[in-house]
Write a protein that binds this ligand. Structure first.
Ligand code: SF4
Ligand code: SF4
Length: 129
């Protein structure tokens, strides 16, 4: 397991996001459709990366509740892109587990009738590389 400092660097590198630009206005969280289900809200997620508390992030429910809709990315006045940070943290966890590839055969068993189609498309974009 890499140090939290190293993991924070990787999240910043994968996402291309600079969390230092955040001014904590909370607009990202206000526009998030998964807000109620998240234990670490989008604006808090940015702070956790900033303070390199990655252990809390990788254990959070938020990692798997984010729909990658990027409403927060559109809304952020400082171009911080919290959704991209969450996405990068998710990739970090998946890579650490050694599961960088999603096979089409695995999809039916993961399907849930409530699952947004956009999530499936995003998953394929990411895990078929
Ligand atoms: S909208 Fe942008 S600047 Fe405002 S809290 Fe969220 S990430 Fe920070
Ligand atoms: S990308 Fe994730 S964190 Fe951002 S608004 Fe959508 S669900 Fe919320």
């Amino acid at each position: 397991m890499k140090s939290e400092k190293k993991q924070a660097e990787m999240i910043r590198e994968i996402s291309g996001v600079n969390p230092y630009k955040c001014m904590k206005c909370g607009k990202c969280s206000a526009s998030c459709p998964s807000f109620n289900e998240m234990d670490i809200k989008p604006h808090q997620f940015v702070s956790y990366v900033l303070h390199e508390d990655i252990e809390s992030l990788v254990k959070s429910e938020s990692l798997w509740k984010c729909l990658s809709c990027f409403a927060c990315v559109e809304r952020c006045p400082r171009d911080v892109k919290p959704g991209k940070l969450i996405d990068a943290a998710r990739q970090l966890v998946v890579r650490q587990r050694g599961e960088t590839y999603l096979s089409p055969d695995e999809v039916p068993e993961l399907l849930d009738p409530e699952l947004p189609q956009q999530l499936l498309v995003s998953a394929f974009r990411r895990y078929r590389r």
